[in-house]
Design a binder for this molecule. Structure first.
Ligand SMILES: *[C@@H]1O[C@H](CO)[C@@H](O)[C@H](O)[C@H]1NC(C)=O
Ligand SMILES: *[C@@H]1O[C@H](CO)[C@@H](O)[C@H](O)[C@H]1NC(C)=O
Ligand SMILES: *[C@@H]1O[C@H](CO)[C@@H](O)[C@H](O)[C@H]1NC(C)=O
Ligand SMILES: *[C@@H]1O[C@H](CO)[C@@H](O)[C@H](O)[C@H]1NC(C)=O
Length: 458
């Protein structure tokens, strides 16, 4: 009996500790904790779930419940409740032939979902991309190859028709989305499509097609300018996009990257973590500026505290100012200090008067970056602004406006403090002294009246 109790305790302890060992990472911005997965209506749910079970498990291990549904023009799937709130945090769309993803999802709804901060993962194949998804991607500047276009490479493919079915040693172009320690020797890329990208600055190219590859319409026969979609490194196999509200979209050219038989869990996990806003999330914790003296010591501000709280310090031209911003990063579980060496401050009125790289100062509740600088000899409304936008990371754009006044007329240096004026001050005193001397001698050195010669003679 005692033995059994011991065994029971042992098993219970082992269970508890193994549960604790699996720490699910999650997104700090998740609202619903749900991810919608849409797949082609020609597939059985059973076969989809078994073909992509590892992928679905990865979704769960990132803190989201995977809601798997068939995309079908007559399906009753909505992305919003009747108050317009999102029902899902993320939507993943597998290649589907349906004319629309559901009765109530069209391109406009997809856009609205992204506007409200929802994330997308779109998967294409060489059978084309679902129409609404494709229109949505085009808006972002991603143009996947249409139906029937085939991705071939005469130099690097080993199938008979030179169709590409895997990429050897892929080089990922963004190390926030795919960190350097993710090792991929061979990336499955069966029945893949290729996108061309426009020059939208919010696009994040992730994987390029090889220089010797081409996508063209095989049915038309020879490669020609009309039948070619991309040639060489013009084409992309994966690309991301992040909107100003930090909503993320990732496009992948082949579903074999995600299927059980070829999945590279480390790679797919990092892709999902980026899409789900778990990786590459930074935020400004505080944003502070104050008036200091030349050595960087804080000054006693003369105005009362309430006015200081409302209006900030009272800057005048050529004052010294200390600026600080605290930036932290989400590590999947909590906010930790963010390390970087390229955070910049702009101090601008219409144009930046200063653009200063901020130095790392210390770690408080976040990593603190700051600098001390002298306000230019120009009065007006100035803006402190930190506009930190790096591909893959969420955007920081903080600013605050402060007035900078000119000197009051009792704040100019007195004449005797200015060495240049000493010449003029001296000459002034010299003139005063000379005049006083003149008056003194004029009054006191009066001669006796000169007696006239004639009078004497008389
Ligand atoms: C989502 O998950 C977080 C963390 O587990 C939890 O705090 C939150 O209440 C969940 N939200 C919903 C709507 O279930
Ligand atoms: C910002 O600066 C003011 C004035 O020096 C200070 O009172 C306040 O604590 C600072 N806030 C943070 C978050 O550092
Ligand atoms: C600021 O005020 C404190 C006490 O009110 C005083 O000790 C300190 O010297 C003052 N500093 C300056 C720079 O005037
Ligand atoms: C930031 O740098 C500090 C010290 O240089 C280090 O201890 C910390 O782990 C780094 N944090 C990250 C997120 O890299």
């Amino acid at each position: 009996m005692i033995f059994n109790l011991d065994l029971f305790l042992y098993v219970a302890f082992a269970l508890v500790s193994s549960v604790q060992a699996v720490v699910v990472s999650r997104s700090p911005y998740a609202i619903t904790n749900k991810t919608l997965v849409l797949y082609d209506d020609n597939l059985e749910e059973q076969s989809f779930s078994s073909q992509y079970s590892s992928f679905l498990k990865l979704i769960e291990s990132n803190g989201f419940e995977a809601v798997v549904k068939q995309a079908d023009s007559s399906a009753d799937i909505t992305l919003f409740d009747r108050f317009g709130n999102r029902l899902y945090d993320n939507v993943l769309v597998f290649p589907a032939k349906a004319r629309s993803l559901s009765k109530s999802i069209n391109q406009g709804i997809l856009e609205q979902f992204a506007k409200k901060g929802g994330n997308f993962l779109f998967v294409s194949s060489n059978k084309g991309t679902q129409t609404d998804s494709s229109l949505f991607l085009n808006q972002l500047g991603i143009y996947p190859s249409p139906k029937k276009y085939k991705f071939i490479d005469y130099h690097n493919a080993n199938t008979e028709q030179s169709l590409v079915d895997s990429i050897q040693k892929p080089i990922f172009l963004n190390d926030v989305i795919v960190p350097i320690d993710v090792e991929v020797d061979q990336l499955a890329y069966k029945d893949g499509s290729v996108s061309i990208l426009n020059n939208n600055e919010f696009l994040i190219p992730l994987l390029k097609a090889s220089d010797s590859s081409v996508t063209y319409d095989i049915d038309r026969g020879y490669i020609s300018s009309e039948s070619t979609w991309h040639s060489g490194s013009q084409g992309f196999l994966m690309a991301g996009s992040q909107a100003l509200n930090n909503a993320r979209t990732l496009w992948i050219g082949s579903e074999s990257i995600l299927s059980n038989s070829d999945i590279n869990e480390q790679l797919v996990d990092s892709l999902l973590k980026w899409v789900f806003q778990i990786d590459g999330i930074i935020k400004a914790e505080f944003f502070n500026h104050t008036k200091v003296d030349r050595e960087g010591n804080e000054l006693n501000v003369t105005r009362n505290d309430k006015s200081l709280a409302e209006n900030g310090p009272d800057y005048k031209v050529k004052d010294f100012c200390k600026f600080e911003i605290g930036i932290s990063q989400w590590n999947g579980h909590q906010w930790v200090p963010y390390n970087s060496s390229d955070v910049q401050l702009e101090f601008s009125m219409l144009d930046p008067y200063y653009r200063l790289t901020l130095d790392f100062q210390e770690v408080r509740e976040a990593a603190v970056y700051g600098t001390i600088f002298q306000i230019p000899d120009q009065h007006g409304m100035f803006t402190f602004r930190v506009d930190y936008k790096r591909p893959g990371l969420s955007f920081i754009d903080e600013s605050t406006v402060v007035p900078v006044r000119h000197l009051a007329n009792d704040e100019y240096p007195r004449s005797w403090e200015i060495t240049n004026s000493w010449v003029y001050v001296t000459s002034f005193f010299a003139v005063v002294a000379a005049w006083l001397l003149f008056v003194f001698f004029y009054i006191l050195s009066a001669n006796k009246p000169v007696e006239s010669q004639e009078k004497k003679n008389n």
